[in-house]
Design a protein around this ligand. Structure first.
Ligand code: ATR
Length: 284
């Protein structure tokens, strides 16, 4: 189905619904320009059904796409569609990358390495304990990243405790009641918010972090606003913080290197471009 010869311009993109908000085109376009690569990275809106997804991916392969990132609501569809699934995508139950080589579609998950790299960028010593807020798809990826980073004591806390218990069973985690979250942060080395609380237009995340270890790192996967109330609190208290853009930039690296064949550098210039776009959007 897919063309076997490397064609130019190289085509890749992101498939989601909605997809207009995606910052991935800015990231890949900047990297392609820096590397002098003739290529396009195109957002493709595909309605939520699996059949629509499969038809769209077939079509993209037919026109010679090298691969695509896959975002909400298609991350599970990507697993179902793929002929080959990487171990981390299988463990996460979701894939955010599909790569097309000859007749084969391969699914991978770079959200996991994206979060791990965002942490490594800030520190080489992460400690051993983490508290993860949330138990959705994003939490699953974060938990796998924490395991990659070598954290052994991972606790999970979620409004719907059954979801936390399901995740805890698969990944051997401790479960804590949502109401006890402010008390649960003592002795934690890394606190991660994976819920949508604190995102623009969503309710605030109400958590008191005054008892957090002074050396603890605080991460939020939300990037709109870039500095959530949680991160503002954490910064005020002297904690190292990791924002949602860090993970977003790092998760893009494997796809760019694979599809465009160039080097992908996560740096301040890239961040500045993304911040500029987020600022522009917040004003419209
Ligand atoms: P994702 O794949 O991005 O993680 P998700 O599966 O919808 O998306 O998960 C969203 C997370 O935010 C969940 O942990 C959800 O908690 P529930 O499992 O109880 O739904 C959490 N969340 C969303 N809105 C919330 C709210 N108002 N209060 C507490 N948690 C909330």
């Amino acid at each position: 189905m897919a063309k076997t010869l490397q064609q130019t311009p190289i085509l890749a993109g992101v498939v989601g619904y909605p997809v207009n908000h995606s910052l991935s085109p800015i990231i890949h376009t900047l990297w392609a320009k820096r590397a002098g690569i003739d290529g396009y990275y195109i957002p493709v809106a595909v309605p939520p059904d699996y059949d629509d997804f499969a038809r769209a991916i077939d079509a993209l392969r037919n026109v010679g796409f090298a691969g695509v990132n896959v975002t909400i609501p298609h991350k599970e569809h990507a697993l179902r569609y793929a002929d080959i699934v990487s171990d981390n995508a299988r463990q996460a139950g979701a894939a955010n990358m599909l790569t097309f080589v000859d007749e084969c579609a391969a699914a991978e998950n770079s959200d996991i390495i994206g979060f791990a790299e965002a942490v490594r960028e800030k520190t080489s010593v992460v400690g051993s304990s983490a508290l993860v807020l949330g138990a959705g798809g994003a939490a699953r990826g974060v938990v796998l990243a924490l395991k990659v980073l070598g954290l052994t004591d991972i606790r999970i806390i979620n409004r719907t405790i059954e979801r936390a218990k399901d995740l805890a069973e698969v990944f051997d985690l401790a479960v804590i009641d949502w109401e006890k979250k402010s008390g649960a942060i003592e002795n934690i080395d890394l606190l991660v918010n994976t819920t949508s609380l604190g995102m623009s237009g969503q309710p605030p995340l109400e958590i008191d972090i005054s008892r957090l270890n002074p050396g603890a790192i605080v991460a939020d996967i939300v990037y709109s606003p870039l500095k959530t109330a949680l991160l503002e609190d954490a910064e005020r208290n002297g904690h190292t913080i990791i924002d949602g853009l860090a993970m977003l930039m790092h998760q893009a690296v494997p796809g760019f290197e694979k599809w465009f064949g160039g080097a992908a550098q996560v740096d301040e210039d890239l961040r500045a471009e993304l911040v500029k776009e987020l600022t522009r959007r917040s004003k419209t």
